[in-house]
Design a protein around this ligand. Sequence first.
Ligand SMILES: Nc1ncnc2c1ncn2[C@@H]1O[C@H](COP(=O)(O)OP(=O)(O)OP(=O)(O)O)[C@@H](O)[C@H]1O
Ligand SMILES: [Mg+2]
Length: 285
Amino acid sequence: MTDDVRVRLEDVSYTYEEAKKPALSHVDAVVHPGEFLAVLGHNGSGKSTLAKLLNALYIPTEGTVLVCGYDTRKEELVWEIRRRAGMIFQNPDNQIVATVVKEDVAFGLENLGVPTEEMIPRVESSLAAVRMNKYADSAPHMLSGGQKQRVAIAGILAMEPAIIIADEATAMLDPSGRAEVLDTIRRLNREKGITVVWITHFMEEAAQADRVIIVSEGELIASGAPDEIFDRVDFMRENHLDVPPMADLASWLREQGVPLKKGILTVDDMVKEVERVLCPSKSDT
Ligand SMILES: Nc1ncnc2c1ncn2[C@@H]1O[C@H](COP(=O)(O)OP(=O)(O)OP(=O)(O)O)[C@@H](O)[C@H]1O
Ligand SMILES: [Mg+2]
């Protein structure tokens, strides 16, 4: 087992049965330990296919996917891989399997054959880590969408994963649910060092990642820090992707001759930069 990367894709292609062209073609990529990686791409570009290749739900048609050094092609390693690379999906309701929150969180551990005395503290600490411990005895259907997603995250955490892969985990949530789920994941990334692969359509979520990759028509076409990626406004548009509103405004202002520096993603960045340009003496102090 190599530990230099969490995930390595080597010349990976995936073609669905009876599909005319591959959903992913010749993708080379790595995900580093502790990294928060956002994956962007237009509808149908291959993001979900990529996600499913990362925890052996799909096996590449060509090439190799290594998760924590384990080759997903080896059937006997599937459970080793799945407990290291947990996945959260879009619809919170589809992920709940039990009628009580703590039982839902324990479900994956039961499958792994973890003994009961070990299971109880793991469930408790996982629920605490997503700040859902006071709902341990609640019925999942009484929870909000954001809370259900946090329970799904706790179920993954209980398995002590190295990686969490989230395929549009906030897409069905209202803004407050979205914020609570993203904040939870970011905290787990920061505090527990869990590697995150965060597939999203929300540019403001991708702006918070360490790195962004872009998938277009099954190919990986860009990789870089969010400020680098979002400064390429024309490139993003060509690939039918938005940029965060402040990156867009900054690009327009630059075209109008305002000498704004690169890497403006948030309102805060914009305020600071406009202040620097308009009142240089003030921002020097
Ligand atoms: N089960 C399937 N059988 C055949 N083709 C599929 C299947 N699932 C996806 N595809 C096709 O594979 C390509 C990539 O799909 P994928 O779901 O990975 O894209 P995506 O980037 O996740 O899209 P979205 O943003 O809509 O979630 C698309 O052309 C899609 O139509
Ligand atoms: Mg998808």
